[in-house]
Design a binder for this molecule. Structure first.
Ligand code: G3I
Length: 420
């Protein structure tokens, strides 16, 4: 049963205005970041959902592909250019969502664990490793012969507070924090061996202006914490590719900071193999030129490029600097959630064109692009239903909430026929 997907379909039948807002708040978290409801609650909500008094605002079928998704696979279509990946979480594999798991196996040849390999998921208490979810993820990936991407060691989110504290609850010392990082990596290396092919060693270290972000890692270890993290990762994961991963890398200042990071590593003999550019895009921003310039800059720095977290947000911007800063959030309002029932045809067309344009650019740089990974299997699984506003209905992916291929998917497939 795919609770997250089903319950979000329920929201599509609810009248607009206050009732919808209250309902959405009540079930906030259902799409993207989790939340489940019993099937009885779902069917009850369905049968009691009134028709919108404003009448149908759009046709739910309008944005769908005319091509049957079983006739084409993203992975096969792009096989000569780059791998096609997707981020999945524990609601997909195992007993989670067999239809989504089958879709992933058919369409993709690479997977990233959306949350299950983060520190908080693996080692919530000091020295107590819980590999259950991670093992289920790896078993699923290996069953389908998919390349595995590990995400992530050093980040300012989803690392438990104890990692940064001494025994009395005060700040840890540099030596303590480095030792904890090494112990954590060592435990993961022992457990996973070389089954995880790529690791995001450090995630989101830069501000958008290219300066180093203030995080506990930086405050406690010092500005060389990225060097230290990559050196430790190189020691414990000699067979894995080591990645620096960040968002808004199309902004010149941030892009250049990442290039300088790579250059500095090379001068100091610190191994780095790839840059992950997250690619949380909107309908018109960043520009194709900016996307292209960042791919070219990273390729020029002599590392592989991974498009690591692609989605296209079609909703109104809730704040000026769109990116993926999880500390930003805004109140749910009808203005910020304009398509609760379905996506109007013109917006679906705009999104499809945007996806096609983006894949044209990726294809032009396929020599250096190792992979393109979508951040979520479907519209229903996307984190963008809950960020930066909880409980919105976004349409950020290539498959809809019923896992049907969208026009955007078809255009991405078609681009591969046109591009060089
Ligand atoms: O695991 C807890 C669970 O124990 C608890 O009961 C539940 C209650 O809310 O929360 C669960 O944690 C949630 C976690 O996802 C796992 O489902 C967090 O609340 C939720 O905030 C978290 O969101 C994730 C977010 O990173 C924050 O870590 C999103 O699913 C995930 O898509 C998102 O991914 C990030 C990348 O790691 C880095 N780049 C940006 C990208 C999007 O934000």
């Amino acid at each position: 049963m795919q609770h997250g997907r089903v319950i979000c379909d329920v929201t599509n039948g609810i009248a607009s205005g206050v009732l919808r807002a209250l309902f959405l708040i009540a079930i906030a978290g259902c799409t993207g970041a989790g939340g489940a409801a019993p099937a009885s609650a779902v069917s009850q909500a369905r049968s009691s959902s009134p028709e919108s008094s404003a009448g149908p605002r759009c046709n739910a079928q309008a944005g769908l592909a005319s091509l049957d998704a079983s006739k084409a696979s993203l992975a096969q279509t792009y096989a000569k250019r780059f791998k096609m990946g997707v981020a999945i979480n524990g609601r997909v594999y195992g007993d989670g969502d067999p239809a989504a798991a089958a879709l992933v196996a058919a369409q993709f040849n690479r997977v990233t664990a959306e949350n299950e390999l983060k520190w908080q998921s693996l080692e919530r208490q000091p020295g107590v490793l819980d590999f259950n979810q991670a093992d289920a993820f790896l078993a699923y990936a290996e069953q389908h012969g998919m390349e595995v991407h590990g995400h992530t060691f050093v980040w300012h989110h989803q690392v438990p507070a104890w990692v940064f504290q001494n025994d009395s609850g005060g700040p840890a010392t540099r030596q303590q924090l480095l030792a904890r990082l090494e112990q954590h990596m060592s435990a993961l290396a022992e457990h996973f061996g070389s089954r995880v092919r790529y690791w995001d060693v450090v995630n989101e270290a830069f501000n958008d202006d290219g300066s180093l972000r203030d995080t506990p890692w930086r405050t406690i270890i010092g500005d060389d914490y990225l060097d230290q993290a990559f050196l430790l990762a190189g020691k414990h994961f000699p067979d894995a590719k080591l990645v620096y991963n960040d968002y808004a890398m199309e902004k010149p200042a941030k892009r250049d900071a990442a290039v300088r990071l790579v250059q500095g590593f090379k001068e100091r003999g610190v191994r780095i193999d790839a840059i992950g550019t997250q690619a949380h895009f909107q309908l018109t921003t960043p520009t194709l030129e900016a996307i292209e310039a960042s791919l070219a800059a990273f390729a020029g720095a002599g590392v592989e490029v991974l498009v690591s977290e692609l989605d296209v947000d079609v909703l109104p911007a809730a704040y000026k600097n769109q990116g993926a800063d999880l500390s930003v959030n805004a109140e749910l309002s009808a203005q910020l959630n304009p398509y609760p029932d379905c996506l109007p045809n013109d917006v679906a067309e705009q999104a499809a064109q945007r996806w096609a344009d983006i894949f044209e650019v990726f294809s032009q740089h396929s020599e250096h692009v190792h992979s393109v990974t979508l951040w979520g299997v479907s519209d229903g699984y996307s984190w963008l239903n809950n960020w930066p506003v909880r409980g919105r209905t976004n349409y950020a992916q290539l498959f809809d909430r019923q896992l049907r291929a969208k026009r955007s998917w078809q255009r991405v497939i078609e681009v591969a026929g046109q591009a060089p």
